[in-house]
Design a protein around this ligand. Structure first.
Ligand SMILES: N[C@@H](CCCCC(O)O)C(=O)O
Ligand SMILES: [Mn+2]
Ligand SMILES: [Mn+2]
Ligand SMILES: [Mn+2]
Length: 314
């Protein structure tokens, strides 16, 4: 069992400073040690170096399209390489625009992958529907084949083409969806579980239906794209777009335990941790240690404990 850690210190998918410090903050919360204790061979590939392109005019109201596109092209190669080398890959953001490169690179190795998007937001705006222009709210639109007749050619993204089918995607945690996103979710018939659905069904049933929807026909690699703002802001305050009424700690851990138990997790993104946005050092620490907890849970840490055969003293 080997896990590769890839840091992606990148923030240009949105306008707030600080999210580029996410990878270091998550590492400083003890990620490598926690994973080593789980019996993984941990390969920390360090942080990617992203170039800020000089001339990078807006595309419509979309800022930094070429910088974001280039960053994702670089990340795609790194994720493809890590997966190709046989590692389970943990991508540390950085803002959620990084999922474009992460999922694309994963799909180069695993074209039949399925995507579980855990987030308060759908991140499925096109440049034409986006209220902000920020690319971290448009990531999924760049991945979906079903949206291509609705997507303009955005400068910086000519290196990729959409590969994902709407039926291979499930959302968990939605509670702040724009009108343009809602019509896309409905029109494409995308399977989603909003916070209301979680309230009605309970997280156990949500995971049952999610994994059945994605895996019943055929077992295949899972890409888990986990936006820390899926959690309630009381648990993850140090993030750029907090929304009240999010996942409890136990719901988030249950999601990752169930994904681990499929044995199919191949790449996990953990994004939108912004250590400069915590009101106190304790708020930052709560957010970064939560990120480490969900990664450890996705990689097999269990709440009931675990042992190896010749456990000490028994
Ligand atoms: N839907 C909003 C907010 C996106 C939030 C991005 C990330 O935190 O999920 C937008 O498109 O600007
Ligand atoms: Mn900074
Ligand atoms: Mn997101
Ligand atoms: Mn979000």
């Amino acid at each position: 069992q080997s896990v590769a850690i890839l840091g992606a210190p990148f923030s240009k998918g949105q306008k707030r400073r600080g999210v580029e410090h996410g990878p270091k903050a998550i590492r400083d919360a003890g990620l490598v040690e926690r994973l080593s204790n789980l019996d993984y061979a941990v390969h920390d590939f360090g942080d990617l170096t992203f170039k800020h392109l000089e001339k990078d005019e807006h595309f419509m109201h979309v800022p930094f399209p070429r910088t974001v596109g280039r960053a994702n092209q670089l990340l795609s190669g790194a994720v493809s390489g890590a997966v190709g080398a046989g590692h389970t890959c943990i991508m540390l953001g950085g803002d959620h625009s990084l999922a474009i490169g992460s999922v694309e690179g994963h799909a180069q190795q695993c074209p039949d992958l399925c995507l579980i998007w855990v987030d308060a937001h759908a991140d499925i705006n096109t440049p034409l529907t986006s209220p902000s222009g920020n690319l971290h709210g448009q990531s999924v639109a760049f991945l979906l084949k079903d949206l291509q007749n609705k997507m303009p050619e955005v400068p910086g993204f000519s290196w990729m083409k959409p590969f994902l089918s709407a039926r291979d995607l499930v959302y968990i945690g939605l509670r702040d969806v724009d009108p343009g996103e809602h019509i896309i979710l409905k029109t494409l018939g995308i399977q989603y579980f909003s916070m209301r659905d979680i309230d009605r069904m309970g997280i156990q049933r949500v995971m049952e239906v999610t994994l059945d929807h994605l895996l019943a026909r055929k077992q295949r690699p899972i890409h888990l794209s986990f936006d820390i703002d899926a959690f309630d802001p009381s648990l993850a305050p140090a993030t750029g777009t907090p929304v009240n009424g999010g996942l409890t700690y136990r719901e988030g851990i249950y999601v990752t335990e169930e994904i681990h138990n499929t044995g199919l997790l191949s790449v996990m993104d953990v994004v939108e941790v912004n250590p400069t946005l915590g009101a106190t050092p304790e708020a930052v620490e709560a957010t970064t240690s939560l990120a480490v907890d969900v990664i450890a849970s996705a990689l097999g840490q269990t709440r009931e404990g675990a042992h190896i055969n010749d456990t000490e003293g028994f």
